[in-house]
Design a protein around this ligand. Structure first.
Ligand SMILES: *Cc1c(COP(=O)(O)O)cnc(C)c1O
Length: 388
């Protein structure tokens, strides 16, 4: 029933459409009489497989599943609307990110990473790479500082905007410089989502992301993916996924695909809400170091505006100390004190509680949801009053 085949899906009907149309239709199978328009998850560990398995689209559940195929078609369409691309889905963002690093790098090669990357990348993954004899060079995201470390590197790893600091680097400029030196370029696109920024169009070889956050937006699953236009890169990622078994569950893949239909609605609303919240918080004397790449006064704004079409849902700022920040979080009624970000319900956390990021004790990462902006602003300002 509605089984995808190894024939590439025909995307002709999505050529030139708007972002909302693309998000709603990406990866949806062609119409077939009496079939469901959006088929449910396929739960299976194996497939009927007569005779020679060579060329069979589905053999065993670790290698492929029609529910993944449809999600991957959608993700490739979103990350690269104008040119064919391949997406590979993983069990989590870290599954995808480690697949990129560990399948593309060999001992003796060098990778340039952001010093302010997502904490597991800056910590665990960096250590793992060093253990495998891979040289790890780190420089901050802001000011394109990684530029100075590119000579002799095999892979340039970018994360922009960075989590949680919200610094931005110039993907076009860095990708061109890396390619001149023969390095591949991979961009962690978790914060922006492909409706906010498309690294492949800006010159990167890979867009990779956690699908756990804003991409799926309902805080009900873990998922990751990497997308590339080069089929050889995608093949390596699929082989890595099969070898490590970092496969997404069919239910997660289906929920993720289902959420994409509202990606345009959610990201538009969340970006508008984030801007409203950032503008309101900027007026408050307790708030320092306020960052949001969509604020015209933000140090990242000029570069962000050149490569992002939406600026994401995260606002970060610093309150006067740990106790103040804890009182603020406890006083919020509409904003959960929780980690992660990108969900339809707002959340915030004192990032320093994890110990992995170089941030002040009073540093708050706020993820703005789809509530009404006026209600969120009122809740945040009231909580600041209570904490003060
Ligand atoms: C959350 C996150 C990840 C890891 O994704 P998981 O789905 O939690 O494994 C990677 N990069 C960034 C920027 C993230 O925010």
């Amino acid at each position: 029933m509605n089984q995808p085949t190894d024939q590439p899906m025909d995307h002709a009907h999505l050529a030139g459409v708007g972002e909302g149309t693309r998000a709603a239709h990406a990866g949806v199978p062609p119409r077939a009489p009496y079939e469901p328009p959006f088929p449910g998850p396929v739960f299976t560990s194996h497939y009927h497989l007569p005779g020679d398995p060579a060329g069979a689209p589905y053999t065993y559940g670790r290698d492929g599943n029609p529910t993944w195929t449809r999600l991957e078609e959608a993700l490739a369409e979103l990350e690269s609307p104008g040119a064919p691309a391949h997406a590979v889905a993983f069990a989590s963002g870290m599954g995808a990110l480690s697949a990129v690093a560990l399948s593309l790098l060999r001992p003796g090669e060098a990778v340039v990473v952001p010093a302010d990357a997502y904490n597991l990348v800056g910590g665990v993954l960096r250590e793992q790479l060093a253990d495998y004899g891979i040289e790890v060079r780190a420089a901050p995201t802001a000011g394109d500082a990684q530029l100075a470390l590119l000579d002799g590197a095999r892979l340039l790893w970018l994360e922009t905007p960075s989590n949680p600091g919200l610094d931005v680097c110039d993907i076009r400029r860095l990708a061109a410089a890396a390619h001149e030196r023969g390095a591949l370029v991979a961009v962690d696109n978790t914060l922006a989502t492909p409706l906010g920024q498309r690294p492949l169009e800006l010159g990167a070889d890979l867009a990779m992301a956690s699908g756990t956050k804003a991409l799926t937006g309902h805080a009900d699953l873990l998922l990751g993916y990497a997308a590339a236009r080069d089929e050889a890169i995608a093949a390596r990622l699929r082989l890595w996924r099969k070898t490590t078994g970092a496969v997404p569950g069919p239910m997660e893949a289906w929920l993720a695909h289902r959420s994409l239909a509202t990606l345009e609605l959610r990201t538009a609303r969340q970006a508008a809400n984030a801007l409203a919240v950032a503008r309101a918080l900027r007026e408050r004397p307790e708030v320092s170091g306020l960052r949001h790449p969509g604020l015209a006064q933000d140090p990242a704004y000029a570069v962000a505006a050149g490569q992002m079409s939406r600026f994401g849902c995260v606002v970060s700022f610093t309150l006067p100390g740990r106790e103040f920040a804890e009182r603020f979080l406890a006083a919020l009624r509409l904003v959960d004190d929780a980690t992660s970000f990108g969900g339809v319900r707002s959340s915030a956390e004192r990032r320093g509680r994890w110990g992995g990021d170089a941030v002040p004790e009073g540093f708050i990462r706020l993820s703005v949801g789809v509530e009404d902006a006026a209600d969120l602003v009122a809740d945040l300002l009231r909580a600041l009053d209570t904490a003060g």
